[in-house]
Design a protein around this ligand. Sequence first.
Ligand SMILES: C[S@@+](CC[C@H](N)C(=O)[O-])C[C@H]1O[C@@H](n2cnc3c(N)ncnc32)[C@H](O)[C@@H]1O
Length: 354
Amino acid sequence: MSRWVGPRATVLDPFCGSGTTLLEAKLSGRRSIGIDLNPLGAALARAKLQPVTLDEVNRRLTTLAEAFRGESELEDVPEKLQSIFHRRTLAQLFYLRNALSTESADDVFLRGALLGILHGKHRRNGSTAYLSVDMPNTFSMSPEYVRRFVERNALRQPPVDVFAKLRERITRLLRSEPLRNRPSADVVQGDATRMAEILSDLGIHSVGAIVTSPPYLGVLRYGAFNWIRLWLLGHDPSEVDALLQTSDSIERYLSFFLSFLGEAARVLRPGGVAVLVIGDVHEHGQELNLAERVWEEMTGLSPFELAGMHLDAYDQNTKTTRVWGDNRKGRATPRDRVLVLRRVSRERRSTNPR
Ligand SMILES: C[S@@+](CC[C@H](N)C(=O)[O-])C[C@H]1O[C@@H](n2cnc3c(N)ncnc32)[C@H](O)[C@@H]1O
């Protein structure tokens, strides 16, 4: 980040996902703001940025555990959850789902930690850090797929204690407390194409840098593939997917991108940079350099100059989309581009052909 972003710049990530950019900004001493339309992204990013202490979070967890009233906490349990969690675990999950507030820093942190241990892969020796049956993938497969997987492999829902697992997790997460006394970070659940208004509501009129990874062309269904985590947050996955709808059509994608860049031009101060990570995608049997296509489309329209375009190739086996196999990982490729744009001042714009 330091290569392009000034040491005191306020950093905006308008597609912040789980908040990695914001965390880096905070650790490097920069104020930051994150926006994400997905309630799961916003919940995870908020949790990641709380400057909480292990002592305080432990105390809050003890209070919560003492107020738990056992299986009477169970509400109507959807069948799809019964194949994943033990009944006792479910009672604790239902309880925490209602008891954790969205206001207190300790609760926001605990909710994020809970989302992190909700489901996952068991260790070879059969022990687990998670609350679910053995679930190998980061994303949640469909309820029907999970049901068949559990049945076929004769999996048993482990009778895990949520409070104990949560305590293990927070002890690990907070073994050092690197976020104490760092600049503040705000996370807003909202639409990146309205970021000027969102910033203005926070009393911020311009930022020094936008560092972000915008959604790719029709690659992921964030809602459906996070249905268990969204249940914990009380959101309907299909509503989340409808909100996040990105198009498979390149024209619609480019038009979305241009309206995003129009807003970016409004909030970025002259001289500020937008660092955008954009993946190449498959298009008509070929690999399309989407970042270059975006830059071509902007020519003559926007107050930006090109400050750099860098290739970032990675091992596709490390990408989360690998879980769908070759025919379902959509249009993702193993190549990202880092497109770096500089906001030119109005005076330079008039002499600049772009
Ligand atoms: C490629 S991911 C970013 C991942 C992020 N860098 C991280 O480390 O988790 C794109 C994000 O954009 C969000 N998103 C999609 N459309 C949006 C919109 N119109 N406004 C704000 N966020 C949006 C998605 O929810 C997703 O979290």
